[in-house]
Design a protein around this ligand. Structure first.
Ligand SMILES: [Zn+2]
Length: 206
């Protein structure tokens, strides 16, 4: 099974490290380079990695293929049998979910901001990311602007990895669910919300 991880930062690091032990081929996509300010929440990198491309450095650590660039839907190298979003870009999350729905692939979308985050799991036939969030929000605070607590990405990244591993094992019980950690300073246990397919959602026609 080929797993594509989109993002090699705070979330992509723990996800890639956890999946490295699974019987999968990993491809890691990220356009950015390691900055000194990343190190406190991107435990996969050290001082020696500053200035290097995140995708290639992380891929080297986990025995995968690193692609320096942005994820784009039609690129076959970026398709994979399972796509795990660990980006901090809402437009990328929607594009990944749309692509996964259209090509009938399972997917995981992970997000972390400030003290909390969430992980959504999708698979053919289940409610999709757009059933829940409808469309790219006009304005969202980015991690760069709003910040994210270092340990939060570990909690959310670990959760995303555990849910991705279920999909690797062809266990789709989480499809159409979102796992939400409201405030990791208070409680690490996620709330699990199963949601229904939304009438009129684009996934209904695919
Ligand atoms: Zn939908």
């Amino acid at each position: 099974m080929r797993v594509v991880i989109v993002g090699a930062g705070g979330l992509g690091g723990p996800i890639a490290l956890a999946l490295a032990r699974a019987p999968v081929e990993l491809t890691i996509v990220d356009p950015d380079r390691v900055e000194l300010s990343n190190l406190h929440r991107q435990v996969q990198f050290s001082d020696a990695d500053v200035g290097a491309a995140k995708a290639t450095r992380l891929a080297a650590r986990v025995g995968g293929v690193g692609i320096v660039g942005r994820w784009t839907a039609p690129d076959q190298a970026l398709a994979g049998d399972l796509i795990v979003d660990a980006s901090d870009d809402p437009a990328t999350k929607f594009a990944i979910a749309d692509h996964a729905v259209a090509t009938r692939r399972p997917y995981v979308i992970a997000s972390a901001l400030r003290y909390g985050g969430n992980v959504m799991v999708g698979a053919p036939g289940a409610a999709c990311y757009r059933c829940l969030f409808e469309d790219v929000p006009d304005e969202v605070p980015s991690c760069a602007a709003a910040g994210v607590l270092g340990p939060v990405v570990g909690v959310i990244g670990g959760l995303a990895a555990a849910l991705a591993l279920r999909l690797v094992a062809n266990d789709r019980r989480d499809a159409g669910s979102i796992y939400v950690v409201d405030d990791a300073r208070v409680d690490h246990a996620p709330r699990v919300v199963r949601f229904a397919r939304r009438a009129g959602c684009t996934c209904r026609s695919s």
